[in-house]
Design a protein around this ligand. Structure first.
Ligand code: ZN
Length: 304
């Protein structure tokens, strides 16, 4: 180590003596490397103003190179809704929990295939019950860049004609219809053993609780909407399904996440056409591809 020092020292000193701009260029290009060298030189020339200035420049350059490091999406959490004792909506001979798991798995496979450098984290990979707060906790613990929750919708009563996808972001819901969807999805917490402790007495059937809760997640609203719009666009153009647009509502699972988050209602199991599509392998693949295409678009936009 000592043998290598004089050569490097001499080179740096020469650069410094002949041209201070040269040193400047070097320090800003490779601040981490040259900071070490300058610190070594400083031992020999403790009072040199040039050395002190260079050291300061280097530290500034290192700081700015760290701060200006380009943003890259590194982790994505895929959340297949429901599971285990929580079946979700029911279609004719199918359960939401099974259909969404298949779509989430297909989506994850696509992401890993095209972007092997991205870590795909599943909140569940099998038919198990996972409390809503735990799903968000998994994403927060991983410090994920994006949270995608996948669900199927249902319209109770005689509204069998209602069909299409909706992608939700957390927010103050204005339509009663949105509130009903959020309440239904949130009611999964009633199946949890300690839901009163886990959610601070939150009652999924109370409208006031939903309005209060929707004040959160605002920090990531813009990105969440950007991704949600891409999802709805792709479901319409790629999968050829009806898009009912981007909506806002107070979903517990979205409220607790600290990153851009969306909840995709892929279609209505109470509608024959939607159910047939979502219950088929081709439909599940097309839905996964649509969300993947949206992800690809969002990734490009975020990493610009
Ligand atoms: Zn659901």
């Amino acid at each position: 180590m000592l043998a290598a020092r004089p050569t490097t020292l001499l080179f740096t000193l020469l650069m410094c003596a002949f041209c201070s701009l040269g040193l400047h260029t070097i320090t800003t290009e490779h601040p981490d490397h040259y900071l070490n060298e300058i610190e070594t030189i400083a031992v020999y020339f403790p009072n040199s103003e040039i050395i002190k200035d260079s050291q300061k420049e280097c530290e500034n350059a290192l700081f700015s190179s760290i701060c200006n490091a380009p943003y890259r999406i590194q982790k994505v959490v895929l959340d297949a809704g429901h599971g285990g004792r929580d079946h979700g909506c029911l279609g004719h001979g199918s359960k939401e929990k099974d259909l969404v798991l298949k779509m989430a798995t297909r989506l994850g496979t696509l992401i890993q295939l095209v972007y092997p450098e991205i870590e795909v984290i599943y909140t569940r990979k099998t038919d198990v019950f996972v409390p809503l707060y735990k799903r968000a906790a998994i994403a927060n613990k991983a410090q994920a860049d994006l949270f995608i929750s996948i669900h199927c919708n249902a319209m109770p009563g005689n509204h069998v004609k209602v069909r299409g996808s909706e992608t939700y972001v957390m927010g103050l819901h204005t339509a009663n219809e949105n509130l009903e969807v959020a309440k239904r999805e949130n009611s999964a917490i009633l199946l949890e053993d300690n839901y009163i402790e886990n959610y601070g007495g939150y009652d999924p059937n109370s409208s006031e609780a939903h309005i209060f809760m929707s004040m959160f997640q605002n920090a990531y609203l813009e990105q969440s909407i950007q991704f949600a719009q891409a999802v709805e666009e792709q479901i319409h153009t790629h999968a050829g399904r009806r898009s009912r647009g981007v909506k806002q509502a107070g979903f517990v699972v979205l409220k607790h996440t600290a990153m851009p988050s969306v909840l995709v209602e892929t279609g209505y199991l109470t509608n024959e056409s939607d159910h047939r599509f979502l219950n088929s392998r081709q439909g599940q693949q097309q839905m996964a591809e649509s969300i993947f295409n949206a992800f690809r678009k969002y990734k490009i936009e975020m990493e610009e």
